[in-house]
Design a protein around this ligand. Structure first.
Ligand code: PEP
Ligand code: MN
Length: 333
């Protein structure tokens, strides 16, 4: 349920109402825009007398929110959420370029890629230290050592980084990580999501391979309902009938999520297509569709990459793409 307050309601009156609603056992999320204040009510709202609340002189409107997701719902929070990572802002008109290798392989590799993508204007570095792999025999990442190498790359370039956490048991190792990624395969690991709700760091939540948008939003809701509102949604392709691409990039997810939610929307054209030459056109299309950022795999030696070389751009290809993305932003922003 949402309660829209009349413009000019005094803070005292607002607090009185919030206090009263909290006493009914509800959690209240306050969203304040320039000309409105919306109270989002979470919990068993059947005990709230809508007519009574609606009749208060400070209340403009009372509406039931029919969707099962509340905290991430745009009705709760009409303005875009802006996630901040150091000096980098994402969402609400701020666009972020996130780039780097699939996996951190060595100091030389991650520092070289970080320097290259930084020179191309990237805002954040990506790189997996804990890698979910389909085969147990494949390279599964350098783990704690990989995190240390990411920190070295950050120190060398100033780029904050995003890296995947697979298991909550490893959370202590992530203390000095800038953004925690929840990978597609863990999108519905509800215990992990709940624990990340207690963390004071932005979370990049990737859409599961076969999950609907409602399920993605419900997973964001798990994190937010546990207290962490810094969530970014990531469309990374889903399983359909694609026979020549790794997945199908669901670009309509971008404007649909924009309607449904206030959270920033990032698109990953690398995992969506699995083919490096398809990454630039899909990255441009995602930018045109209104994404708040792109996460793109870049490797300085894709042929010898330990993971996802076929979908990784070379630094010079990324550089050309980044310039085109900036042109498209100039048109759609
Ligand atoms: C990744 O970003 O490295 C990754 C494994 O992505 P996804 O979870 O989307 O497959
Ligand atoms: Mn990858």
């Amino acid at each position: 349920m949402i309660v829209v307050l009349k413009h000019g309601t005094s803070p005292d009156r607002q607090e009185q109402l919030i206090h009263w609603l909290k006493n009914l056992g509800l959690q209240i999320h306050v969203s304040k825009g320039e000309s409105y204040t919306v109270l989002g009510l979470v919990g068993d709202t059947s005990r709230v007398d809508m007519d009574l609340v609606g009749s208060l002189d400070i209340v403009d409107a009372v509406k039931r929110v029919s969707e099962p997701f509340k905290c991430c719902n745009r009705k709760f929070h009409p303005e875009d959420t802006v996630v901040e990572v150091g000096d980098v802002k994402i969402g609400g008109g701020h666009f972020a370029m996130i780039a780097g290798p699939c996996s951190v392989e060595s100091e030389e590799q991650i520092v070289a890629v970080a320097k290259a993508v930084k020179a191309s204007g990237a805002d954040l570095l990506r790189g997996g230290a804990f890698k979910p792999r389909t085969s147990p025999y494949d390279f599964a990442g350098l783990k704690a050592e990989g995190l240390e190498l990411l920190k070295i790359a950050r120190a060398e370039t100033g780029l904050p980084f995003v890296t995947e956490l697979m298991n909550i048991m490893d959370l202590d190792l992530f203390e000095d990580v800038d953004v925690i990624q929840v990978g597609a395969r863990n999108m519905q690991n509800f215990d992990l999501l709940r624990e990340l709700g207690k963390v004071d760091k932005p979370i990049l939540l990737k859409r599961g391979l076969a999950n609907t948008l409602k399920e993605l939003l419900m997973s964001a809701e798990y994190i937010m309902a546990s207290g962490n509102e810094q969530v970014m949604l990531c469309e990374r392709g889903i399983r359909t009938f694609s026979d020549y691409t790794r997945n199908t990039l669901d670009l309509s997810a971008v404007p649909m999520l924009r309607e449904l939610s206030h959270l920033p929307i990032i698109v990953d054209p690398s995992h969506a297509t699995g083919i490096a030459r398809l990454v630039p056109p899909m990255a441009l299309a995602a930018t045109a569709a209104g994404a708040d950022g792109l996460i793109i795999e870049v490797h300085n030696d894709p042929i010898h990459a330990l993971c996802d070389g076929a979908q990784s751009l070379r630094p010079e290809e990324y550089d050309k793409l980044a310039a085109k993305v900036r042109s498209i932003r100039g048109v759609v922003a």
